[in-house]
Design a protein around this ligand. Sequence first.
Ligand code: FES
Length: 481
Amino acid sequence: MESIWSQTCELTKRPALSKDIEVDVAVIGGGMAGILTAWQLERAGVRTVVLEADKIGGGQTKNTTAKITSQHGMFCHTFLAKKGEETARKYVQANQQAVEEYKRIIQETKIDCNFEETDAFVYSKDEGKLMQEAEAAKRLGIDVSLERHLEIPVDCTGAVRFFGQAQFHPLKFICELANGLQIYEDTVVTEVEDHLIRTSGGNVLAAQIVFAVHYPFLKFPGMYFARMHQERSYVLALEGAGKIHGMYIGDGEEKFSFRQYGDWLLLGGEGHRTGENREGGCYMRLKETAAKLYPGSHVAAAWSAQDCITSDGIPFIGIYTSDRPNWYVATGFQKWGMSSSMVSALILKDLICNRENPFADVFSPSRFSAEEIPHIVKDGKKAVAGLTRRFFQIPDETISSLERGQGAVVTTSEGKVGVYKTEEGEIRQVDIVCPHMGCQLSWNPDEQSWDCPCHGSRFDVEGNLLDDPAQEGIQCSGIQE
Ligand code: FES
């Protein structure tokens, strides 16, 4: 299922690395964060190379809703209460600076990427929360207003409106911005050791290394897997739904996202932790919502995204760990990949160039607050549950009862395995032990994939790796029914 961005922009193919090279900075990962970081560094006179395992923009960048905003849901009041005014203020300022930097770059480079300035709204049924949020936002110095009448047909009391935000076509932007950068695609990093990166096509010797890879694939050092989990969410591009002008996100149970792109209204929602698939199907429920809100519209495209969620709600941007001072990381962007990517690029450029950055401390991966502990314990329990389930869960499916086009965990003569029955009735059998850290995978009927509830790795029905942190696929064999 291709996003509207993939359907409307073809990216130029770039060569793979085929020799040993030496650079100032190597950026691992050619998503929005990696490309922006490389671009900012090159502008600062730092020789930079980007190493991308697949193709640039081919990961979560192509699946975003592409809102460029410092409005991150109903967060101002919570951040003020939990993190204090200085941290909350810096978080907002860093993200608004990111919005302004996109505007500046697009103006300067004249990239044609359907960039539009617009306002961002967070809507709610809860009057008290709306008042609280508007007040907190004003205290943090944000230009906001409380709106009562919205252009979207949701059941709410009103919305807090952030002025001066933006939206664009992420692939058109990244495609142009990447021109002039040294990028190697189809170049898989196999090992990183101090200043040396081994790849499928040659070694890279780099004074500094940036991990801009969505989810850091090294377990140690850093242990980022213990501080983040992954969530999936779904998007529909609707035709015949009319036009809206602002960008919207809901608060509470009916948490839907709205924005316009051309004739399409993008409706997002039905988020859940990766690996925890619910009955009924997420696409189906989102389509039902679309039919209710916009009767007569129809779905032109449907796709999903996967986001890394940190324990304290702030991305990890900065030095990877204290014992690797020449490594940097940018991950845990929550649902706000576009602004977080630019925040990363600006902070990492300053750190690498030995310049002061006023916001670096807020995003520093070495921060640790008591707020993280309950989340780490909760995520750890889920990981343990995933590990133990592998040995003790009694499956209730058998191969013969499996419907065509569906998968399940079943018991065979070899023990517990994952099986998928193709539309032709062929069986694809996979090893359901996640190669990352050994949790049991679960079947995702929406995406027809095997997903890990522990840290969010995903695999297709042939066992190929779809999403990290795992670095390899799972064993797959075909058997006849
Ligand atoms: Fe970590 Fe599966 S992603 S165990």
